[in-house]
Design a protein around this ligand. Structure first.
Ligand code: 3EB
Length: 340
């Protein structure tokens, strides 16, 4: 039997790196190193949005170093290795008094409690999935109810709901509970806004009495000399207005234009290039018949034969403004490393 490797405390506290892999569901690593995964396709835990392409079931896996511990608190299941923390808050809003607003508040209040008691209190990224996000109930759209509960939870936890909000996305699913996935670390990331767009947390009240709580992107140190760029859900919005109503090709182009601006600003801040063909993309398509048009535009801009095109996931989901037909999110790492 060999002695356990000696790991100096400074190595653990300074830079146990965070690793990401987009994997077929069957290839997930064991719970000893897996912090968590967001599954799309037909897995038991998969989000309630149909995967349009590619075939199969996929997992966006966040992998840690050292011993990963899995725990539960309130509606949150999470795992941490002391450096990085990944989890999901799940609340069945249909069974919650106060509906989606109250369910969202509870999801966020519980996840903020988890973070406050951890060594990894800083959110790097949030992924929100809301059933029937555009449906009106009790006189308001469900996305607006979600925004109200989210903003209230941020303010009560004394987390900024404006400048410096985490990067996020919010999509509409067909079924399932409210699901909020989150990734957190020890150090606050740098929030990045898009000068072509009004910050979402400053949207006029015409889009809802409580503004959405998210930044356009976030740049984070993930250890081992690497930085991660998290680009929030990005749509065909310029200023605060929806562009190219009804034209899914031009909406796809505009979304990629917005991502291009964020890549450029992040590359300046990081001192290294976040190239378009080195990002991992998730593309949400409102009408499944639009998949070929969206994919065609995406591959025309980003490339058709590179890893970005091969790894991109296309999901059928509702976007949080009725006029939006497509939304694209992405993340990437510098220095770039091809994980083959
Ligand atoms: C937008 O830019 C499109 O409410 O967390 C994108 C990303 C959108 C995140 C959220 C909403 C959210 O306003 C919608």
């Amino acid at each position: 039997m060999t002695a356990a490797p000696v790991t100096s405390p400074s190595r653990i506290s300074a830079a146990a790196p965070l690793v990401f892999r987009r994997l077929q569901l069957g290839n997930l690593p064991s719970d000893h190193t897996l912090l968590g995964a967001r599954v799309v396709g037909s897995g038991a835990d998969a989000i309630g949005a149909t995967l349009l392409a590619p075939a199969g079931s996929w997992a966006d896996a966040w992998i840690g170093d050292g011993q990963v511990e899995h725990r539960q608190h309130g509606c949150v299941r999470y795992a941490s290795n002391g450096e990085w923390l990944h989890g999901v808050a799940e609340v069945d809003d249909a069974a919650t008094d106060g509906g989606l607003r109250a369910a969202t508040y509870r999801a966020y209040a519980d996840l903020f409690e988890v973070l406050a008691r951890s060594d990894s209190p800083h959110l790097l990224r949030l992924w929100n999935y809301v059933t029937d996000i555009n449906r009106e109930t009790d006189g308001s759209e469900r996305y607006r109810q979600f925004n109200a509960g989210r903003q209230q939870a941020f303010l009560e936890a004394e987390r900024s709901a404006f400048e410096g909000s985490p990067a996020a996305c919010a999509l509409g699913t067909r079924s399932g509970p409210l699901r909020v996935y989150f990734l957190a670390g020890r150090r606050a990331p740098l929030a990045i806004e898009n000068p072509r767009q009004v910050s979402a947390y400053r949207y006029p009240t015409a889009y809802g009495p409580r503004a959405p709580t998210f930044s356009r992107a976030a740049l984070a140190d993930i250890g081992a000399g690497r930085q991660a760029l998290f680009i929030s859900g990005t749509a065909s919005i310029v200023g605060h207005e929806t562009m190219h109503l009804g034209d899914v090709r031009r909406q796809t182009q505009e979304s990629l234009n917005n991502i291009g601006v964020l890549r450029e600003i992040a590359s300046q801040r990081a001192g290294a290039g976040f190239d378009a063909d080195q990002l991992i993309y998730t593309v949400y398509v409102r009408r499944s018949d639009d998949i070929d048009a969206v994919r065609g535009e995406f591959e025309r801009v980003v490339g058709a034969t590179n890893r970005a095109a091969r790894e991109a996931l296309y999901l059928h989901a509702d976007i949080c403004r009725a006029g939006l037909l497509v939304e694209i999110e992405a993340h990437g790492f510098v220095p770039f490393e091809d994980p083959t």
